[in-house]
Write a protein that binds this ligand. Structure first.
Ligand code: PLP
Length: 428
């Protein structure tokens, strides 16, 4: 297997011109994934919202905005960040666990609001009696790849519990609120069958509200990161879901607009991480061999949080140690390594068992030496945006963009050390 787009030449060029650790994103890949999603089949219209929580760098927001993708913001701060990146407010929706004070100001600029609890619904009508809003519901059923990312059923606080539909209708009727969109995000991964199941759950909710004209089916489209994974077939899923919407129209005479809200499918493989080997150590004959790298949970938190897998590659240094092996010898010499991050935390590992972050799992890699480069693929979603920033006072890493024409530019500078304590106030 080869890295997605970071060839050894590009890696060495980056190390020379910018240095590691750094995220590197591919403009071509981002653009291709957006085009792919925009051709998702739909019966009566389609809106694709980028779930900006996946990665909120202003350049990606601009790139997707230029492509006519809309935005899903998970907080008022995200909505304000999108507006600061020149996204038109009317293309943004807020669906948030927390109602911030600025939500009324944002709604006044035409940002759309999704009520995710009865309390939010009430706060909305207080600010906007006779207003139009959207509602997120939590059904009793859904599908999740692993338990940490579950967003439906009894154990989830996301959205209004489906048995409270009468209460929602009561509030809406009493205060003349117009509910025009139902929102669900219940996970369906890659089979058309599971997406049809989600569509039918959503359409059942739509049936309960006469004024609803749109169904947002959330994100969670599977993207293959490891070679054994299979990505969602958007055309197949889209065709199957389209049929559900057509059947709904035949039954109710209501044409429902479809929204999707992908995050990781759009971006995850568009970004890789370039790091350097700091050290190679072992714990004896019955122990493990460890590669220590100049990154870790402060840049890539998804392994210690969820036990996900990411492809890792060793790129030999161009100026080898005096005693080092030739690149051919190294290619031929494979070792089982546990790759660990630089944080002073035993859970800072990059190679663990799938969905069991506490169990280390060695990976077979070419023999590694100090100063070799390391590429980690599939890191664009929920890494830079979710980083355990500044732990051990490691500065936030830079973000580079590999442009379509092959040039490389900085999209975010590496944080300066003194910026870490910038907001501290000396009181002692
Ligand atoms: C409400 C909502 N929409 C969309 C997404 C995007 O999901 P994904 O990145 O899996 O496509 C998420 C992710 O958690 C979410 O919570």
């Amino acid at each position: 297997m080869q890295p997605n787009f970071l060839t050894p030449e590009i890696c060495h060029q980056i190390q020379r011109d910018f240095s590691s650790p750094t995220y590197v994103y591919s403009e071509q890949e981002l653009s291709d994934r957006a085009d792919e999603f925009l051709s998702f089949p739909s019966a009566y219209g389609l809106t694709v919202r980028y779930a900006m929580k996946a990665n909120s760098n202003r350049n990606i927001l601009k790139l997707f905005h230029d492509k006519w993708l809309y935005i899903d913001a998970s907080s008022s701060y995200e909505a304000e960040r999108a507006i600061a990146a020149w996204v038109a407010p009317e293309k943004i929706q807020i669906s948030s666990q927390e109602l911030s004070e600025s939500f009324t100001e944002l709604v006044k600029t035409w940002v759309f609001f999704v009520a995710s609890s009865l309390h939010q619904l009430e706060e909305y009508w207080k600010a906007f009696p006779w207003g139009e809003l959207w509602v997120r519901l939590n059904p009793w059923v859904g599908s999740a790849d692993f338990k940490q990312i579950n967003t439906w059923g009894w154990i989830s606080s996301f959205g209004i519990w489906h048995e409270k539909i009468d209460e929602i209708k009561h509030v809406a009727e009493k205060y003349n609120l117009k509910i025009t969109k139902i929102h669900i995000h219940i996970g369906s991964e890659n089979t058309p069958k599971s997406w049809v199941k989600s569509a039918n759950i959503g359409l059942d909710f739509v049936r309960a509200f006469e004024s609803v004209t749109m169904l947002n089916m959330g994100g969670w489209f599977k993207m293959a990161i490891m070679d054994y994974e299979k990505k969602a077939d958007l055309q197949e899923i889209g065709k199957a879901v389209k049929k559900s919407f057509e059947d709904f129209y035949a039954e109710t005479n209501r044409k429902i607009h479809l929204e999707t809200e992908p995050g990781k499918y759009l971006v995850i493989n568009s970004g890789s991480f370039l790091a350097e080997v700091n050290d190679v150590v072992d714990t004896g004959k019955y122990g493990y061999k460890f590669i220590k790298v100049n990154t870790g949970m402060n840049d890539m938190p998804r392994v210690p949080m969820y036990g996900i897998q990411q492809p890792i590659y060793i790129i030999p240094n161009t100026t080898p140690h005096p005693q080092s092996l030739s690149s051919q010898e190294r290619e031929a010499w494979m070792e089982d390594y546990v790759v660990v991050g630089h944080c002073c935390e035993s859970s800072d590992i990059l190679t663990c068992q799938l969905h069991d972050q506490e169990m280390i799992e060695p990976k077979t890699l070419p023999k590694a030496e100090v100063w070799d480069l390391v590429v980690v693929d599939g890191v664009w979603a929920y890494n830079s945006a979710m980083a355990m920033k500044n732990y051990n006072s490691f500065p936030e890493s830079s973000e580079l963009l590999l442009r379509k024409d092959g040039t490389i530019v900085e999209m975010r500078k590496r944080q300066k050390l003194k910026d870490i304590w910038m907001n501290e106030v000396e009181v002692i």
